[in-house]
Design a protein around this ligand. Structure first.
Ligand code: SAM
Length: 417
């Protein structure tokens, strides 16, 4: 147990009124070491307790230190969110009832164990709170998370003297995390500034795979990136994350619903443009594109068949050779294993695009390949490569991509000032 945080009957409370307890969310076990290192280097936190079945870190640090960092808070990439810890109760052998057993039990816990007045002093009074509930395992299984949030909002659990009101849309978020291993209540203070999955309204390609595709294309400031089959726009979102300074990020799709969806998902992105167009007849000038990154139709979920794709891929390749800059142009294409003969014949017939690397990747259970193709002048095009691995990765593994993707974000940003 960390000095200064004591556990009483399973409830974690601060013993020093001058110091405040914070919690941070980590997305995966693989981020734990990086998270600890960042806490030490940026916030001077030497010890942090792993909580909530490894999903959280609980530590001591004044909120003022977080605030004083300003933009330097962006050095923290490994933590998803940081919040002010109102209470944390673990389910242990000595305290088997860490998780609340009923809504009344939970309301009592929030009313009696959370010091709303102290929190209002630290975070500013007169604000509107909203409750966000996350539930996993068997705890309060008979209730939906929205029902729990509503019941807390209506239940008057916030101390009236705190000067806060509860609303459906508040300017402060109270997070209530319920699981079989315990309960954690906190107020969100900072979160990752990047466009992330949380902002994507409609899911499409796995964002980690989309990140890997863009990373393989090695985007540089000022370059024009095009996705010929934009779907829901995940590739463009990841391109923006990896290289905010791209000249433009363009996406096209034949399907009106996809165009709409990609437009929604990329609405906040700088210099992004989505259009309805055919990948085989793109309304752009020859040699006007630096990078093409596309998740091609497989003939699996998105209609078509491997036979149809033979014609489609041939036309797409011809269009890519017209659109890409001859000197530095490069493309990264994803398709499934069944379409490999189509890709192989396109590569054989290509006038100037050559295969640089072909990497295997699993999408769910679907065996797929990522093809990096480039002209002779593109960076990396002539390197001697490890078979099946991109030159920037040490070894295979989407898990590694996931970690690298997180560590390349813009970093934490305060949501409460
Ligand atoms: C495999 S999906 C792409 C999924 C996308 N990466 C995502 O994240 O949602 C293929 C997309 O290609 C589009 N498509 C199929 N044929 C096309 C064509 N000739 N021109 C443009 N888009 C096409 C489909 O409408 C579909 O949205």
């Amino acid at each position: 147990m960390v000095d200064g945080i004591r556990s009483e009957g399973g409830a974690t409370t601060s013993s020093d009124p001058m110091e405040f307890d914070l919690y941070a969310t980590i997305a995966a076990k693989s981020m734990l070491r990086a998270a600890r290192e960042e806490l030490r280097a940026v916030l001077g936190v030497d010890e942090a307790i792993v909580a909530m079945g490894q999903g959280k870190l609980v530590f001591r640090c004044p909120i003022s230190s977080l605030r004083a960092l300003g933009d330097d808070l962006g050095q923290i990439k490994a933590l998803e969110r940081v919040g002010y810890l109102m209470t944390y109760r673990e389910t242990t052998e000595s305290s088997p009832h860490g998780s609340p057993e009923s809504l009344d039990d939970l309301a009592r816990l929030l009313a009696e164990e959370c010091d709303w007045r102290k929190a209002a002093k630290l975070l500013g009074g007169g604000r509107k709170l909203q409750f966000r509930v996350k539930r996993s395992g068997n705890v309060l299984r008979g209730h939906s998370t929205s029902e729990i949030a509503r019941s807390l909002a209506l239940g008057g659990v916030v101390d009236e003297r705190a000067g806060w009101s509860v609303s459906v849309r508040g300017d402060l978020t109270v997070t209530v995390e319920l699981s079989d291993v315990g309960v954690l209540v906190g107020v969100l203070i900072a979160k990752q500034a990047d466009f992330n999955e949380g902002n994507v309204e409609v899911k499409g390609l796995d964002p980690v795979v989309a990140w890997g595709l863009v990373r393989a294309a090695d985007p540089k400031e000022g370059e024009v990136l095009l996705d010929l089959c934009v779907g829901r726009g995940l590739v463009l979102a990841e391109a923006h994350r990896l290289c905010g300074g791209l000249g433009s990020v363009l996406g096209l799709d034949l399907d009106e619903a996809m165009v709409e969806s990609a437009s929604t998902n990329t609405a906040g992105l700088h210099r992004a443009q989505i259009m309805r167009a055919d990948a085989t007849r793109v309304p752009l000038r020859s040699g006007s594109v630096d990078l093409i990154v596309s998740d091609l139709p497989f003939g699996y979920k998105m209609g078509g068949s491997v036979e149809d794709n033979a014609g489609l891929y041939t036309k797409i390749f011809a269009e890519m050779e017209r659109l890409l800059r001859r000197d530095t142009g490069r493309a990264v294409l994803l398709t499934n294993h069944d379409n490999h003969p189509n890709m192989a014949s396109c590569l054989e017939r290509a006038a100037w695009l050559k295969l640089v690397t072909r990497r295997h990747v699993l999408l769910g259970r679907q065996k797929c390949f990522i093809y990096l193709v480039a002209g002779a002048g593109a960076s990396g095009a002539n390197e001697v490569l490890k078979p099946g691995v991109f030159e920037w990765e040490e070894r295979r593994g989407k898990e590694r991509w996931s970690k690298r993707r997180r560590l390349s974000r813009k970093g934490l940003k305060l949501v409460v000032v």
